[in-house]
Design a protein around this ligand. Structure first.
Ligand SMILES: [Zn+2]
Length: 295
């Protein structure tokens, strides 16, 4: 068995949506503890994960998505670089496999500023922009929140370091180069509409991509652990800025997805992170999308 493989195939999955080539890109995974959940007893969490044959405590995927459309290349989120440890930080290698040169990326759309989503923007040691020709597109409340000195001074040590300080390190070089565009909502690129879904963070946003009558939502951190939060949208996370608002936003996004039968892309859905939702007897469920053999 000396020739047995030790690594999985590359974390790249392509899928056409009308005229848009959508690519799911893995940044790796992170092992969480049971302590991340709010509004659910630990025994119940364990029972659900065991029922679904999932890693327990949960192991969650960290994904980003690329959009190639109209001759341009965009990323939605950009991985974590080295801040999440050795199980993450795989996005640059997977970008290369997907044939995407970071210098060719025209824009990075952030669902929010958190280490597993935005820490791949800048080399923290040198301040070098890793996507030198990209504009960063983000909800204005993310900038207002993470650059608020008063809030940063009040934050506990770990969130201050990992969210406020790391967020500033990542975004500041793009701001200095006048390469950050903020929005409140609405169409931010041709065929791409920002849907603010605040709660997990103050400017957390989903993006709806529309092409040739097909719709996809990339919903960021609307769900962290699908086995738990799809059926139980009221279950919130330790790291939600405003848990109550996050639960309401989750419910709203679910309703939108079901009403328009959108394809879902999730940053923490199991790689490659594509699925479909339905609602039956008031309960939501999510099915992983069938593998696309031909692109
Ligand atoms: Zn996340």
């Amino acid at each position: 068995m000396s020739n047995a493989p030790r690594t999985q195939v590359d974390g790249v999955y392509h899928r056409k949506l009308g005229d848009v080539l959508v690519t799911g890109l893995s940044d790796g995974y992170v092992d969480m503890g049971y302590g991340i959940f709010r509004n659910i007893p630990e025994e119940e969490t364990k029972a659900i994960l065991a029922r679904d044959h999932r890693t327990s405590p949960p192991r969650i995927s960290v994904n980003a998505f690329a959009l190639r459309m109209g001759g341009k290349t965009y990323l939605i989120d950009c991985g974590s670089a080295d801040i999440m440890g050795p199980t993450c930080g795989r996005l640059p290698a997977n970008l290369a496999t997907a044939g995407i040169d970071p210098a060719s990326v025209d824009g990075v759309l952030l669902t929010h500023v958190h280490p597993d989503h935005s820490n791949g923007l800048t080399d923290a040691a040198t301040g070098r922009r890793l996507f030198p020709n990209a504009e960063v597109i983000v909800h204005e409340s993310e900038i207002n929140h993470w650059f608020n000195d008063e809030l940063m001074a009040r934050a506990a040590e770990r969130p201050r370091r990992r969210y406020f300080e790391a967020g500033r390190t990542q975004l500041s070089p793009y701001m200095a180069a006048d390469r950050v565009r903020t929005f409140k909502g609405g169409e931010i690129l041709p065929g791409v509409t920002a849907i603010p879904a605040a709660g997990h963070t103050p400017g957390h946003s989903a993006y709806v991509i529309s092409s040739q009558g097909q719709l996809m939502i990339v919903w960021g951190d609307t769900v962290h652990v699908p086995e738990i939060q799809v059926a139980r949208p009221e279950v919130t996370m330790e790291f939600d800025t405003d848990p109550e608002a996050a639960a309401i936003a989750r419910q709203k996004v679910f309703d939108m997805v079901v009403a328009d039968d959108m394809l879902v892309g999730g940053m923490h859905l199991h790689f490659p992170g594509f699925g479909h939702m339905r609602r039956e007897a008031g309960k939501y469920s999510l099915t992983a999308e069938q593998w696309a053999f031909d692109i």
